[in-house]
Design a protein around this ligand. Structure first.
Ligand code: NAD
Length: 524
């Protein structure tokens, strides 16, 4: 029977943000297609888990080799789709993934193998116990556009090596980079149903969260992360949430300005400021404030903006018009409330549709949007402080808690402050680099998320822990298996004294009492 119900087809378009050119157009995967992908993944996953860690590590090794051989092509895909300079695509995406593969190749077996659990409790000494780390089954991964290759790849590799199947939904703005992750994985030997990419928009992402998956790994904005968490809560679906940041940089009064100002510049403008870990709030000790600003403005003036395919380019375009408008509104709000615009603060239409000049703002305050909301654009807002305690108070005065940096010539002073900063990561004398350290867990506190990606903790997110123990004396009846009575109560009383009394005489007498009651109970 003919039906007149129209199914509206939604589309996503991968565009080159430097030129506006359409790279490829896709139909969004429908909810039915997402469900079918998850079902295929579920059917294929047991065989993948059966393969064992070493076989999966071999496949990762092949993936790593292929990625290395194809590094320039991959960087080119990332740059054309996301806009970042090609050297940044190599440094912050390809290198990060090669090293994440290295970490898993070297460590996955040791982390995932059964772990003995020694028992401290005397009564349980007859048991041999293990923690088993078992794959969840099917993991859904949803990614943003700012690290379109390294985010799905690092999370995907960890999920796969642990024995899971993956259905991943890339950002609607950068599907090509995620499809490249899939192409390389398949060529390396990962079965097609074990790593699938479903291209689409937010509704496709919502369909994946609602599908019959076993865990959702979400990287993106706080707003979407909360929605994903709400859906997950109704099913008690485990979630890993890697969300936004408003990372502070604290420049103490004992630094050398040359290195610190270069770090501030790169930390704020790298990837056109569209990095969850970018320097978003810069606090400088009052004694260095004007000198810091002068140096930063001078260095900003030397940055070369343009198409990321040009090797001379330092800063590329922003991803899209909507993002640019948010940044413009934040900068306008800051200026209206008394911030000094020292550099930039305007679009550069002569370069392309979404170029925005690297912008330096001074005298900002926490009453301005630029110091409260995440700024996904090339803006460095700077504010003075007088004491370390004030800097700390300002750093912690945020809903976010992804990462932070402290700059000082005295490591102890830096680390003492680091301990008091509310963030998932604090770097003393560096910015952003923690993302490139495969051993370092990546994740936030407060609104910046839940759980950790990368490193040992990131791999542990991809498994369920099961505790298994075997009793080594199966023929012996346990004393607590009924037959309660006064003798048993005396035995327990003495036993607790033996184990936990702080008085040695009571311990010994408790032990003797317990033994006597045991022998008299006839439970042997
Ligand atoms: P976003 O939240 O708009 O989108 C992220 C992904 O979620 C996209 O794939 C999108 O299609 C999907 N999505 C949208 N609506 C959905 C829904 N209802 N259900 C499920 N999925 C849905 O974020 P964005 O603009 O793509 O990325 C920028 C954000 O990502 C920033 O806030 C940035 O800080 C954050 N980020 C965080 C990290 C981290 O590791 N903490 C890393 C990179 C980016």
């Amino acid at each position: 029977m003919a039906t007149d119900i129209q199914v509206k087809i939604r589309r996503v378009i991968a565009r080159n943000p430097a030129t506006g050119e359409t790279l490829r157009e896709f139909e969004c995967a429908s909810a039915a297609e997402v469900t079918a992908a998850v079902e295929r993944a579920r059917a294929a996953q047991p065989a993948w888990a059966e393969l064992g860690v070493w076989a999966r590590v071999d496949i990762l090794r092949r993936f790593q080799r292929l990625l290395h051989q194809n590094k320039d092509e991959v960087a080119c895909i990332i740059t054309r789709e996301n806009g970042k300079p090609q050297v940044e695509a190599l440094l912050t995406e390809v290198l990060v993934v090669l090293d994440a593969a290295r970490f898993l190749i070297e460590n996955a077996h040791a982390i995932l193998k059964p772990e003995p659990v020694p028992h401290g409790n005397l009564v349980m000494k007859t048991k041999s116990a293990r923690l088993l780390r078992e794959p969840y089954g099917v993991i859904g991964i949803i990614s943003p556009w700012n690290y379109p290759f390294s985010t799905p790849a690092t999370e995907g590799l960890a999920a796969l090596v642990a024995g899971n199947a993956v259905v991943m939904k890339p950002s609607e703005f950068t599907p090509l980079a995620a499809l490249e992750v899939g192409r390389l994985l398949h060529e390396a030997g990962v079965p097609h149903d074990i790593f699938q990419v479903v291209v689409g928009d937010g509704l496709t992402g919502a369909a994946l969260t609602e599908a019959s998956i076993d865990k959702i790994v979400f990287t993106g904005s706080v707003r979407t992360g909360k929605r994903v968490a709400e859906t997950a809560a109704t099913k008690l679906l485990p979630v890993l949430l890697e969300l936004g940041g408003k990372d502070p940089m604290l420049v103490l009064d004992d630094v050398e300005l040359e290195a610190v100002t270069s770090a501030a510049l790169w930390g704020a403008f790298m990837n056109a400021g569209q990095t969850c870990l970018s320097v978003e709030r810069c606090y400088v000790h009052r004694s260095l404030y004007e000198k810091f600003l002068a140096a930063v403005v001078e260095k900003t003036g030397k940055l070369r903006l343009g198409n990321g395919m040009d090797p001379e380019t330092d800063v590329g375009p922003m991803i899209h018009e909507q993002q640019l408008r948010v940044v413009e509104a934040q900068v306008a709000d800051a200026i209206a409330r008394g911030a000094r615009l020292l550099y930039g603060g305007r679009r550069l239409p002569e370069l392309g549709p979404t170029f925005y000049a690297p912008t330096v703002l001074a005298d900002v305050t926490h009453g301005m949007l630029i110091m409260r909301e995440e700024t996904f654009g090339p803006v460095l807002p700077v504010m003075p402080f007088a004491t370390d305690d004030e800097a700390l108070r300002l750093a912690n005065d945020s809903e976010f808690g992804l990462a932070a940096s402290v700059w000082t010539s005295h490591r102890r002073r830096g680390e003492a402050l680091a301990r008091r900063i509310q963030a998932g990561t604090v770097m003393v004398n560096d910015v952003i680099s923690c993302y490139g350290i495969s051993e370092a867990p990546h994740g936030g506190v407060k609104l910046s998320g839940l759980g950790r990606a990368h490193g040992r903790l990131g791999l542990e997110e991809m498994v369920r822990v099961k505790y298994v123990d075997s009793d080594l004396l199966p023929r012996i009846r346990k004393v607590w298996w009924y037959g309660y009575g006064e003798k048993f109560a005396r035995q327990m009383d003495g036993f607790l004294d033996l184990l936990f009394s702080r008085n040695w005489t009571r311990r010994i007498s408790g032990g003797l009492r317990s033994l006597r009651a045991y022998f008299r109970s006839g439970r042997l």
